[in-house]
Design a protein around this ligand. Structure first.
Ligand code: B4P
Length: 190
């Protein structure tokens, strides 16, 4: 079982690349952002709980996110491996993921990070916000708040995975296809 954590700042292209990587490596793709948005759209109990955080560009609390993530993984027991897109985003989530995977006799194989400058990414998100209907993409202050959340809570994960020899960064600027090739080169080498 190969478990890949796709890592990067908001708008780095995790969701875009996941669509290609899941097909190429036959992985189960779990995007925490997509699962939350599905629940928001369907106004489920979870959707009601997470709306206030997502609309503001804040991270959803760890306990809620981790419970949801584990429920999602447990739906896919018969898999080659999982492509984690948007999880973990805090050290506490990474520790919970390690503990959960270890309990099922598995582990994170590698973390691949898409790197790009904030200003380029903010432009991408504002562009997407014109058509996506995503409230968190429509207001520059909310987008900047997501970067503050990333710098404070998510960036420390780079050291966490680097200390385990599992962190691989690739340049996230270029065409979607070029970036898929860069990510594939890392995964093929694992
Ligand atoms: P996510 O859904 O994970 O969203 P994201 O960071 O905005 O997007 P991503 O990096 O996937 O970018 P994409 O490919 O779409 O999170 C949203 C929210 O959910 C969070 O703020 C938080 O509230 C909550 N949440 C999710 N996970 C959580 C967790 N673990 N803990 C707590 N809270 C959590 O690409 C962005 C744009 O760029 C698109 O328009 C795309 O077309 C464009 N693009 C992509 N690649 C490009 C390229 N190579 N060149 C030009 N444009 C490109």
């Amino acid at each position: 079982m190969i478990n890949i954590v796709l890592f990067g700042k908001p708008g780095a292209g995790k969701g875009t690349q996941a669509e290609f990587l899941k097909e190429k490596y036959k992985l189960t793709h779990i995007s925490t952002g997509d699962v939350f948005r599905f629940n928001l759209k369907n106004d489920t109990e979870l959707g009601k709980q997470v709306r206030v955080y997502m609309d503001a560009g804040d991270l959803v609390p760890d306990e809620l996110t981790t419970k949801m993530l584990i429920d999602e993984v447990n739906k896919h027991t018969d898999t080659n491996g999982v492509l984690f897109d948007g999880y973990p985003r805090t050290i506490s989530q990474a520790v919970a993921l390690d503990a959960f995977l270890s309990s099922i006799g598995s582990k994170v194989t590698a973390t691949v990070a898409l790197e790009a400058d904030d200003e380029i990414l903010i432009k991408r998100l504002l562009e997407r916000g014109k058509t996506s209907g995503r409230i968190d993409d429509q207001d520059e202050d909310k987008i900047r708040n997501r970067y503050d959340e990333y710098n404070e809570k998510t960036a420390p994960l780079m050291q966490y995975y680097n200390d385990q020899g599992k962190f691989h960064a690739v340049n996230g600027i270029g065409s979607v296809q070029e970036i898929t090739e860069r990510l594939s080169a890392v995964i093929d080498n694992l």
